[in-house]
Ligand binder design. Sequence first.
Ligand code: DQA
Length: 141
Amino acid sequence: MRILIINGPNLNLLGRREPGIYGNETMDVCIQKLRDCYANDQIEYFQSNHEGAIIDKLHEVGFDEQYTGIVLNAGAYTHTSLAIADAIAAIKLPVVEVHISNVHARETVRHHSMISGVCKGVIAGFGLDSYRLAIEALSAK
Ligand code: DQA
């Protein structure tokens, strides 16, 4: 498998950001664990705080059939970005929407996702293990 994990805004602060919600582990550690777990696969990682950069990355990789799929935690853009939803709809690769926290147990504004309807599926609420579960979902395709 070749998987691209994309993280959106503020997710560069994992480990330091609201640890009661997002835990103490950094994304570097999470990616290393995933690479150890999927030693025969390619796990690539991209993070940006900028909506357009996330869209550019979806366009860049989204037609490349060497990839199995994309795991996307769009952060707060999940709840606001029609442009990211359009980009997901435009590309060929399957995208799994991921959230570290259970967004449905949080503020009402986080209950609606602009992107769920164009994603293959949604995984939320399992901490950083949500990323592994999303990879598992893509591996079953
Ligand atoms: C998040 C949930 C979003 O509501 C929030 O804006 C984030 C992180 C999560 O992984 O739980 O930045 O996507």
